[in-house]
Every structure is written in C-alpha cells, then in structure tokens.
Design a protein. Structure first.
Lengths: 233, 293
C-alpha cells in the first residue's frame, strides 16, 4: 500500500499555487484511481515486453530481473478464493480481474482460450476432460467446468481489482484535515515501488485539468525518461 | 514410496517401481513448460496429453518388448475373440501336461494360413451377386472357418508304421506325406480384421495361452493411470517435446530437428534396454545347443 496522504501532499506541492488553484480531495480521488488503473493494465504490456528482452538474453538474473520485478508488482493483487457452484456453473469472485489458476483437489483446471477450443476438445475422445484433467470456459463471471461431476472443491488464484483509494478528511474551520481513522479511508492499493510513478501520473492529470502546459510537459518528460531508462537497462 | 515392509505386504505394489504413470510424465512436461523461455510455453496440457498417448502407442510398438498373456479354453466353434487392446500376436501356445513331472508346459502352436477366413459373396442360382436394399453386396460366412470349423489332420508319431493316416489315399505310402502341413500341437490363424483367432479342431477344449503385443494403453483407454516402463520414460518425454514443437511456427527448424534426433537417439537406447539381451543368456543358449546329440 502507498500512503494516500503522502501522495496527496506531494501532488499538492507540485500543483497548488496561487495561479493554478487548489486540488480538492474529490479530484484527487478520481485522478489517483484512474492512474492506478492505468498502471495496473500497463503491467501486463510491460511484462510481455521485458520477457521478449529476456528471451534475447538482455535481462539479468538477480534483483535486476525485470520480468520478476513486474510479476512481484502484479502479485500484490494476487489472492485465492473458493469458487461457489451455482448449477451449472461456478461463479467467479466479484473482485476478480484476471484468472491466474483454477484448481481442484485433484489438480489444475485448464482454462480454454475461447468457446471454439473448448468445444473442439470435447469432440476429440483422446483429450476429453477427466477429473484429473478438467477444462473450463469463462463466460462473463461464470466458469463452466467439465466434467460436470465437478461441483465442489474448486479454488481460484486470481488478480483482484485494486481497492479504490480514498483520502478521508474532516472539515475544520473551512479546511480539510486528513482523517485516516475514517471507516472508508483507503490508502493507494499498489506495490510500494510505484509511489513516484503514481505521483507523476496524478500530477500529469492535474496538468491537463488545469491546462498547465508546463506541468504536462514536465511530467510527460519524466515518464518518457523513466520508460527509456527501463528499456536501456 | 512405501517402506519395504509395506511394499512386501501389499501385493498391488509389487513391481510398481519399474513404472511411471502417464500423469507423472504429463506433470513433468508441464513443469518444463513453466519457463519463460521454454519452447513449450503456451502449449496446452490437452495437446501434451494427446502427444503422450500417441507416444505410448508408438514407443510401445517399437521398443516395449513386453508381451501380455491371457489363458483361455478353445470353444467348440474354434473361434476366440482377441482382447480389445490386441495389436499383434507374439506367440500362441497350448498348455500340455508333462507326464514325467505333471507340470504344465507351453507348446507353441503353428500358424496355418490355409485356415480360410475369407468373406463369401452370397450368389444366386445363376452365380450372380446379390445385393441388399442399399445396393451393397450381400456377404456371409459360407465356406470359411467361421462357418465350417477347421478340421486338422492327425499327426502320426511313427511314419514307418502301417495304418490309416494322412497319406492322400496312398495306403502305406508315407513318402508322399506333406510334413509341412503336420502340426503336433495344433494350428491357429489370426483374423485381425474381425478381431478373431481361429484354431484347428484338435485344440477344441484345450487350454491355450495367447501372448500378444498391446499398444501400451491396455489398462484403460480413458484412465489416467496408464503406466510406462522407466526405460522408455525419457524417450516418451522426448517424443512429447518433439511433437509439441513440430508444428509451431516460431520454433526454429534447427530446434525441431534437434528434438527429432534426440527422440530417435533415446528410442534407440530404449530399444536396447528393452531387448532383454545379455551375454549370459546367449552363452546358455549356445551351451544347450552343443549338448544336443
């Protein structure tokens, strides 16, 4: 988790001025959560890019192993749950975003890429699903698992949705005072290493919002520099 | 792995150590595919399992050298249905009692290609073909061994003795006997198209042992408990790897060729391992020959 208060204060340092005006907590919430979503989705693209570099022999094997570092950031969202059966399908958890692995007490359930693959396998007796080699097809938030005799003891490892960050406050003498004890308080749900990345992205959004070209330009430049550093590493 | 005491106490465990299950091999291949730079990456498990099954069939046929055996009594029809996993016969023998020791011994039967297994065309009075309502020729067992069980000639132990026997009607003229058609213990003929074994009449009611070669999937075609001998385990893994990458566009030709050659090498090793050939046995066989009068 990243402290929402620290992010807010840092962003205010960049953004607030007499000329630019103030960033309100409501605006901050929108900008932070939008940035979190963007960072989350970019992990997968980045991971793929770095895997390609790794396969060309351009990645080190220790702490500098970038695919492992990105996976570590993704694992921040990894969680496990038991799937509930509602005939004829299993229900995916409400907060799931990507399936990592589904398994029964007898082994892994193989997730099919699409309905065509799913049905093609069924028509081929050599690869028909069994209790030890079950297959599944995702349809919306349902998971159809075959053979149909599997109706319980199915678990899922998955990447959940990030929690929505919320800078909670009390208004004292017309000013917002940070209140981390509020029930709906929520720090930023990202790997701690993403704090600087997040602040730049949030500041960039406020640059767009405030029509401040210098703020947009500087944050964009910093993002580009970060990206170049990663690719040249 | 059970303790030695548990092993000896449980008969189902005996000999298990020689074999690995298909499930274990599949798990090992899935593990290989976990690496980010593995050519097997993104290969679905069901495809690996398909290649595994095909590999078991192929390697068992070429290298297993592990015939199965069943024992049965030949019925009066002289026709026996082959086991469902039959691929080819290794040896067919009749069980005979050794008079000196009262023990049972296997005496191999001779194959007789003269046992007729041909399907007959049903013809009318004018010898014209007959057809069913769909326009197909009507066939039936007419004069083959299914319709008329094969009666065999009686073997004469003493060819110099006068008597009635196999002599083509030439009384006491044994010089005309076609000894190629004689069989001391009986004859058989496999009919793989119909999945039957046909026997000569002297075997009716006799106990016969069929040793045959299967495709390695004999336990149960849909079971995950298919087992293979450890001596062909590596060969099977190499087959799965080679077949899994064979049709992948992003795998270099050199890697595919290397995988194919690796499979052939381990297959060769597996064949040698499974030949059950050793010099001591050879020496014994040679010694026996020299002791014969």
């Amino acid at each position: 988790m990243i402290s929402i208060d620290r992010v807010y204060k840092t962003v205010l340092t960049y953004v607030n001025s007499d000329i630019r005006g103030n960033v309100t907590p409501a605006e901050l919430k929108l900008a932070v959560n939008d940035s979190v979503q963007e960072i989350y989705e970019e992990y997968i693209i980045e991971l793929n890019r770095f895997l390609n570099r790794e396969n060309r022999g351009l990645i080190g094997g220790g702490i500098e192993n970038m695919p492992d570092r990105i996976r570590e950031k993704l694992q921040h969202f990894s969680t496990t749950a038991t799937l509930t059966y509602s005939a004829p399908n299993f229900q995916l958890p409400a907060n799931y975003r990507y399936i990592d692995m589904v398994y029964t007490n007898l082994g892994r359930v193989e997730i099919m890429k699409n309905a065509r693959e799913f049905r093609t396998i069924l028509n081929f007796s050599h690869t028909a699903p069994t209790l030890t080699r079950p297959i599944a097809l995702q349809q919306g938030t349902n998971l159809k698992i075959l053979p149909t005799t599997i109706v319980s003891n199915v678990s899922i490892d998955y990447l959940r949705n990030p929690l929505l960050a919320n800078w909670t406050y009390n208004v004292v003498s017309g000013a917002e005072i940070y209140n981390p004890s509020a029930n709906d308080h929520q720090d930023v749900d990202l790997h701690p290493s993403e704090e600087n990345n997040l602040i730049i992205r949030v500041a960039q959004r406020f640059g767009v919002n405030l029509k401040e070209t210098d703020l947009q330009a500087s944050t964009t430049s910093e993002k580009t520099q970060d990206s170049n550093n990663e690719m040249q590493s | 792995m059970p303790t030695e005491q548990a092993y000896y106490a449980d008969e189902t465990q005996h000999g298990n150590y020689q074999y690995v299950t298909a499930t274990e091999i599949l798990a090992a291949m899935e593990m290989e595919a976990l690496d980010d730079d593995s050519y097997l990456k993104n290969t679905p498990r069901y495809k690996m399992f398909y290649h595994l099954r095909q590999g078991i069939k192929e390697i068992t046929r070429q290298a297993s050298n592990e015939p199965l055996a069943i024992e049965f009594i030949v019925p009066e029809t002289l026709v026996w249905t082959m086991p469902p996993n039959y691929v080819d016969y290794y040896r067919v023998s009749v069980v005979v009692t050794d008079n000196a020791t009262s023990s049972k011994r296997l005496m191999p039967l001779d194959i007789n290609q003269n046992i007729n297994t041909a399907t007959g065309y049903v013809q009318d009075n004018a010898n014209a073909l007959t057809f069913d309502g769909d326009g197909n020729v009507i066939t039936d067992d007419i004069s083959n061994a299914y319709a008329i069980p094969y009666k065999t000639y009686q073997f004469l132990g003493d060819f110099n003795k006068d008597g009635v026997g196999y002599n083509h009607g030439y009384t006491n003229n044994y010089s005309r006997i076609d000894t190629a058609k004689l069989s001391e213990y009986g004859e058989f003929k496999p009919d793989p198209k119909r999945g039957k074994l046909l026997f000569s009449s002297q075997l009716s009611g006799q106990t016969v042992v069929l040793e045959y070669i299967s495709d390695g999937l004999q336990n149960d075609l849909t079971s995950d408990e298919i087992t293979v001998h450890k001596e062909i385990e590596q060969c099977l893994k190499d087959w799965i790897y080679a077949e899994s990458i064979r049709m992948k566009r992003n795998v270099p030709q050199s890697e595919r060729e290397s995988a194919r050659r690796r499979y052939k090498t381990t297959l060769h090793s597996a064949k040698i391992d499974r030949m059950d050939f050793n010099l001591v046995e050879l020496n014994r066989a040679m010694r026996t020959k020299t002791m014969l009068p």
